[in-house]
Ligand binder design. Structure first.
Ligand code: TZP
Ligand code: MG
Length: 218
């Protein structure tokens, strides 16, 4: 599957822990209907065991395949390979990016979280295709996310990277705040709760696309 800058535009992340009121399969279907451009499967302390995680992952992957949405797996390279995922996303405390690149080969997508220009430069040198920068704003979806670094962090980091480096902002992003993240130089926004916890995930995704497109209209 091809993966381009456009895939970062509205990047939805979810595991069953993020869907207290719905079935994650339904949430993903709705989010796709609403126009998301990429999906990351992030099962974290949800209570699912590894077998259940694989079973749900296959279901979510099949839905992404049907709709030609890239399917990225958070943290776990073994799970990404089992699920024949489009790619993997790792943080600074997960498997080192260079090792992940070695295991997944040249074709799968590698995303890496980075908070500083140094982390960002290392991530790309180690084989990242894109970086995730955050938390932009305060978030309740990741207890260890640390203090918000704000959209300005994206401009700062971009200044140290070659033209065209792919960056997605993450953390506490709502439809109203998304334009600030784009204005700071992000290629897109990565979102958990503003879509997964909405009563109507399709509408929530559409609301993002609307504010983002309006903000960049000439
Ligand atoms: N990494 C940095 S913040 C965050 C992750 C996974 C959580 C984003 O979730 P939300 O609900 O969009 O704030
Ligand atoms: Mg991680």
């Amino acid at each position: 599957m091809t993966f381009t800058r456009d895939n970062l535009y509205l990047y939805f992340i979810m595991g069953s822990q993020d869907c207290p009121n719905h079935n994650p399969v339904e949430v993903l279907k709705q989010a796709i209907q609403g126009g998301i451009t990429c999906f990351q499967y992030r099962e974290k302390n949800s209570g699912l065991n590894m077998r259940e995680t694989v079973r749900l992952g296959k279901e979510l992957r099949n839905i992404c395949r049907q709709h030609k949405i890239p399917f990225i797996v958070n943290d776990r390279v073994d799970l990404a390979l089992i699920l024949e995922a489009t790619g993997v996303h790792v943080g600074q405390e997960d498997l080192p990016a260079a090792e992940v690149r070695r295991i997944i080969g040249p074709s799968r997508i590698l995303g890496v979280s980075a908070e500083t220009p140094e982390e960002a430069k290392h991530a790309f040198a180690d084989g990242a295709d894109y970086i995730g920068v955050g938390p932009m704003f305060s978030t309740s979806s990741k207890p260890d996310a640390g203090q918000p670094i704000g959209p300005a962090a994206i401009s700062r980091i971009r200044n140290h990277l070659p033209f065209g480096s792919l960056i997605v902002g993450i953390g506490g992003i709502t439809p109203k705040r998304a334009p600030d993240v784009l204005a700071a130089g992000a290629d897109g926004v990565a979102v958990i709760s503003a879509i997964s916890k909405d009563k109507q995930p399709a509408h929530a995704a559409q609301a993002f696309l609307q504010t983002m497109r309006n903000s960049t209209k000439l």
